[in-house]
Design a protein around this ligand. Structure first.
Ligand code: GAR
Length: 223
């Protein structure tokens, strides 16, 4: 149980917001070590904004389409985030690439969830690409965000089997279910002060993670 005030978290989304929902649900639990203070979307139509409102969390929009000058979107996003003084920024289905100045500002304080077993399948359309590659396992990764797209130190991964009759939708659904387990887990670790980014990688409980922690479906997640 945490005796500190909950860590303020700002969640960035672009769409459906099911990972946001997992974070909102975890932050509503008794003695949760973090609290979602604001949700910001780059798309006004993102369904996740409604999830935030239902949870009583401020939902804001920084529309990238209205901010086309170089650096304008990142600057406006940063100004909006700063109003909530977060200890952590959590990207949850946020589909814009953030520039180096933005990433540098929050170095060690931004996490992302990506729907693949990084370093495999960085970027978009991961489930279709995994099927095309014929892999037998696929999954999701939570990692610290650095300047390298989908390339920051990985904290935890969930692995799922790829089944013979999978299509990108069935595979995505199997992965998504696990995303909802590992993202709140990693955010809790960070909020409890157990997880941090050091120059040589991600550290958990005073040890460098030589390889990401792994969660398998059905198995109990690490504490
Ligand atoms: C999730 O699968 C997430 O991992 C992925 O988008 C989906 C968002 O779903 N993120 C990325 O692809 C980031 N590059 P959600 O809006 O329901 O959380």
């Amino acid at each position: 149980m945490s005796e500190r005030a909950p860590l303020p978290v700002v969640v960035l989304i672009s769409g459906r917001g099911s990972n946001l929902q997992a974070l909102l649900d975890a932050s509503a639990a008794d003695a949760a070590p973090f609290s979602v203070r604001a949700v910001i979307s780059n798309r006004p139509e993102a369904a996740g904004l409604e999830r935030a409102r239902r949870a009583g969390v401020p939902a804001e929009v920084v529309d990238h389409r209205a901010l086309r000058a170089p650096g304008a979107f990142d600057a406006a996003l940063r100004a909006t985030i700063e109003r909530h003084s977060p200890g952590l920024v959590a990207l949850a289905g946020f589909m814009r690439i953030l520039g180096p100045a933005f990433v540098g500002r929050y170095h060690g304080r931004i996490l992302n969830i990506h729907p693949s077993l990084l370093p495999e399948f960085r970027g978009l359309d991961t489930h279709r690409r995994a099927l095309q590659a014929g892999v037998s396992e696929h999954g999701a990764s939570v990692h610290f965000v650095t300047e390298e797209l989908d390339g920051g130190p990985i904290v935890v991964q969930a692995r799922v089997p790829v089944l013979p009759d999978d299509d990108p939708e069935t595979l995505a659904a199997r992965v998504l279910e696990q995303e909802h387990r590992i993202y709140p887990l990693a955010v809790r670790w960070f909020a409890d002060g157990r997880l941090r980014l050091e120059p040589d990688g991600a550290w958990l409980d005073g040890r460098r993670l030589d390889r990401p922690l792994t969660v398998h479906p059905g198995a109990e997640a690490p504490g």
